[in-house]
Design a binder for this molecule. Structure first.
Ligand code: COA
Length: 332
């Protein structure tokens, strides 16, 4: 054991300027502000501008995290981008971000993407932590970035009300001491692929009804009610697993930074932890579900406004397509 911990030394985030509120959305599909708010807690979401790509959002969030960390792009040893909406089929969005950030250069640092849908950031953090704790890297940038609006079916009221675009990032540093990532826990169950997916792709071909010569872009499809039930169970289990693995009590957790899919799901996880909502970071009302970006967006907000302070115990968790789910416990 190296005794090194992966400490988060800077956070950053970026949201596209355009806000899409529920009232405007209700002019596009048969829904209402009241229905969306009461079922999901969402009031508005951000939509990337035409030509604004996932890599652009990721780069801006990464720049802000680097500024906070007091590091230059050339100080990085590793870039991981978690995304379900990459700029291109290949190469990885992380390669594009490396160039846009100015982290290209003599070291030719590794840069790769991770695809675990809404759990992507937790998966990416898990991988980065291994590089840092083993001493292979000193500084890593981990980004969750999405332009989910590009794969939403804007005629499906069951899904289009939920998603938004954005990016969040953290800079990690391998350091001695108590502060940093204490443990990560990740899981997947491939039996549920069909409950939450975007069909179409280079291997399986075009989604139904599209030109079969083109891979095409599949829209996100979800059996919302079934996903909801599984999410509540999966997140309950991951919270218990994390506490047990670290021999902690519920009362040891200062902050819950959950994936922002639905306020009702967030509340049920908080209840499981016997936490008041004043200890839970909520952004879903203003961001909607930004998939892999949602946890680092919420984290950045709570770090910047001073809620999360050195010494605090922070529990991040997420659940998403795959199904995938996971958690990261961090001493700030
Ligand atoms: N506006 C108005 N009515 C809507 C609607 C909308 N935007 N979307 C669905 N409805 C209707 C349905 O058609 C259905 O009508 P019916 O009873 O006449 O058939 C009714 O509302 C109930 O639908 P249901 O899907 O059971 O609603 P719900 O309470 O489960 O809420 C979600 C739907 C999507 C908000 C909820 O299931 C959810 O949040 N699921 C999990 C989402 C999630 O976490 N996804 C990502 C994981 S990362």
């Amino acid at each position: 054991m190296s005794g090194l911990r992966a400490r988060i030394i800077g956070t950053g985030s970026y949201l596209p300027e355009r806000r899409l509120g529920n009232v405007e959305l209700a002019k596009m599909v048969d829904t209402s502000d009241e229905w969306i708010k009461s079922r999901t807690g969402i009031s508005e979401r951000r939509i990337a501008a035409e030509g604004e790509l996932t890599s652009d959002l990721a780069t801006k969030a990464g720049q802000k995290a680097l500024e906070k960390a007091g590091l230059a792009p050339k100080d990085l040893d590793l870039i991981i981008v978690a995304t379900t909406t990459p700029d291109l089929i290949f190469p990885a969005t992380a390669s594009i971000v490396q160039k846009k950030l100015g982290a290209d250069g003599p070291k030719n640092i590794p840069a790769f993407d991770i695809q675990a849908v809404c759990t992507g950031f937790i998966y990416a953090l898990t991988v980065a932590e291994k590089f840092l704790a083993s001493g292979s890297c000193k500084h890593a940038l981990v980004v969750g970035a999405e332009t989910f609006s590009r794969i939403v079916d804007w005629e499906d009221r069951g899904t289009c009300i939920l998603f938004g675009d954005g990016a969040g990032a953290v800079v990690l540093s391998a350091e001695q001491g108590d502060a940093g990532i204490i443990s990560t826990h990740i899981h997947a169950d491939g039996n549920y692929v069909d409950l939450l997916r975007a069909s179409g792709g280079p291997s399986s071909g075009a989604p139904d009804g599209q030109d079969p010569r083109l891979p095409g872009l599949g829209a996100a499809q979800m059996r919302g009610n079934e996903v909801y039930k599984r999410a509540v169970v999966g997140l309950g289990q991951i919270v218990d697993e994390t506490l047990e693995a670290n021999n902690l009590q519920k009362s040891d957790i200062d902050w819950l930074v959950p994936h922002q899919a639905n306020l009702r799901i967030i509340k049920s996880t908080a209840k499981r932890l016997s936490m008041g909502m004043d200890q839970v970071v909520v952004t879903v009302d203003r961001h909607g579900n930004t998939s892999a970006a949602s946890v680092p967006l919420a984290l950045d907000e709570a770090v910047r406004d001073g809620r999360i302070q050195p010494g605090h115990m922070v529990l991040m968790e997420a659940f998403g397509g795959g199904f995938t789910w996971g958690s990261a416990l961090v001493r700030w």
